[in-house]
Write a protein that binds this ligand. Sequence first.
Ligand code: SF4
Length: 332
Amino acid sequence: MFKPKAIFYEKDTINYQLGKELFKKHEDVPKIEIDNHNNIEEMRKKSNKEFVQMKRNLIIGIRKTHKFVENHKTSDYLVPYTSSGCTASCMYCYLVCNYNKCAYLRLFVNREKMLEKIIKTSEQSEKELTFEIGSNSDLILENTITNNLVWTIENFSKTKKGFLTFPTKFDMVDEILPLSHNGKITVRMSVNPEDIIKKVEFGTSRLNGRIEAINKLKEAGYKIGILIAPVIFVENWREQYESLIKILNEKLTDKVKKDVFFEIIFMTYSFVHIKINEEAFPNSISLYNKDIMTGRGKGKYWYKEEIRKEGEKFFIEKMNKYFPNNEIKYIV
Ligand code: SF4
C-alpha cells in the first residue's frame, strides 16, 4: 500500500466527497496547502536526483481542463480523468515532462464532473463511443488509493451507451473482479520481457502477476487487450521478445487467447528522459542508443526507420506463429 511522505493539496478539495475520504485516510501524513496542482514551486525547484523521492508525495487537486482529444486507435476519445502521473518510475514514461511537474501522482477529486461529461457525450452520440480514461495515469494503481475505478465501473455500467478502456502495468485487479461491468470495460495490460521490467519499469508489477491478472479479468468477463509496449531494442531484443510472446502463449488461458487483441508500440524517448534518468538512476541501463535512434523534433527521439521496419517484420512473424488467430490492432 502506497503511504505518501507528504500531501500537497488545493484548499477546495476538502469540500469534495473524495477529498474528505482521502484526508481521513491519510490523517497522519503531513499536509502542505498549494494554490495550483499544475505549479508547485517546491517541486519545480527539486533536482532530477530527487525524482524518485518526489514520487513519494501525493498531490490532491481539482481538474480544470476537461477537453476530450479525438483518437483513432482503440478508442474514439482520450479523456482527462481522475489522476495524472504515477508512483512507479518507468524510465521511458511518457508522462514525464519538463520541470518534473507531471511525474508525481496527482489525484483529482471532482470525479463526478468528469464521469458526467463522459456519460453525456456518450448518450448524445449516434454511434457507440469508446473513451480512453487511462492515458494520463495508471488507474489500477490509482484505484488502490482512491477506489475510483470501482466507483467508475459501478456508475458507468448502469448507463445505456458507450464503453471505457484503459491500459495498466499493475496486477492489483481483485477489487474490480466482482463488479457488474456489463461488458462495457476493456482492460489493456501492458507487458514487456521480465528482464526489461526489472531493469526499466521500476515499481510496476512483475510479468507473471500481469499475466495472472489478465486471466482473472477475462474470467470475470472483462474484454482484454495486450499491449507489447514499449518495445525497447536492447541488444538481445529478438530473444527477449520471442520468449515473452511464447510465455504469453503458454500462460494465458484459452478463454483469453480466443479473442484477445494486441497493440505493439516501439519506444520513443527524449532529452528530458536522458537528463532525469542519468541523475535519478545512475546505475541503470541507458535507453538512448545513438546508433539506432534518431531525432524527431523538440528533443524527442525514436528508432530509425530501418530498425522499426525490422521490428515490425519480427513481430508480425512471431505473432503469426504464436497467436495466428488474434488481431494486431497496430504496430507503431
Ligand atoms: S506505470 Fe505507466 S504511468 Fe506509471 S511510471 Fe510506468 S509508464 Fe508511467
